[in-house]
Design a protein around this ligand. Sequence first.
Ligand code: SF4
Length: 192
Amino acid sequence: MRIGVYVCHCGNNIAGVVDCEGVAEWAKALDGVAVGRDYEFMCSSLGQEMIKDDIRDHGLDRVIVAACTPRMHEPTFQRAVGEAGLNPYFFEQANIREQCSWVHEDKAKATEKSKALVGAAVSRVRHHQALRPNIVSIEPATLVVGAGITGIQAALELADANYPVYLVEREPCIGGHMAQLDETFPTLDCSA
Ligand code: SF4
């Protein structure tokens, strides 16, 4: 296995608290790690190109970026990895920004924690398997059980999204507990 580890500075967001260069150097000694680099902005086109070049030049078969939350850039890096010919699911992101540099001040401890997060990602990525997105047809009509406020709201939002909706209620009228209230704060409207 040949793993590439990339530690992002995010300007000063991470590098202000974490020794990114030190983490990248440390990662190089981990079992299976073939490339370890730190870079200013990994999500930039230059950062993505660096990953793609290394996949081709160093035969990487796993990629880890230690940066922000995967909610932000996992799709970005998965796309880049895929464009270099690797299965996108051979990518793993370690969150050393939201879960480390943004919540710590002690540089030495934050650097140690980043190493632990990167080490965990290296251990995890070894077990990743190649996956393919599967597209299946589904029945778009939706059954909402219970026509209280929550059920009514869910049914309305589904209908607004152009899905057929069946709203089912066991009582003779809809509205649930809300419909039993006479006036509601702050407008004193009749809730029905
Ligand atoms: S990849 Fe994330 S942490 Fe790195 S520069 Fe981009 S936003 Fe910042």
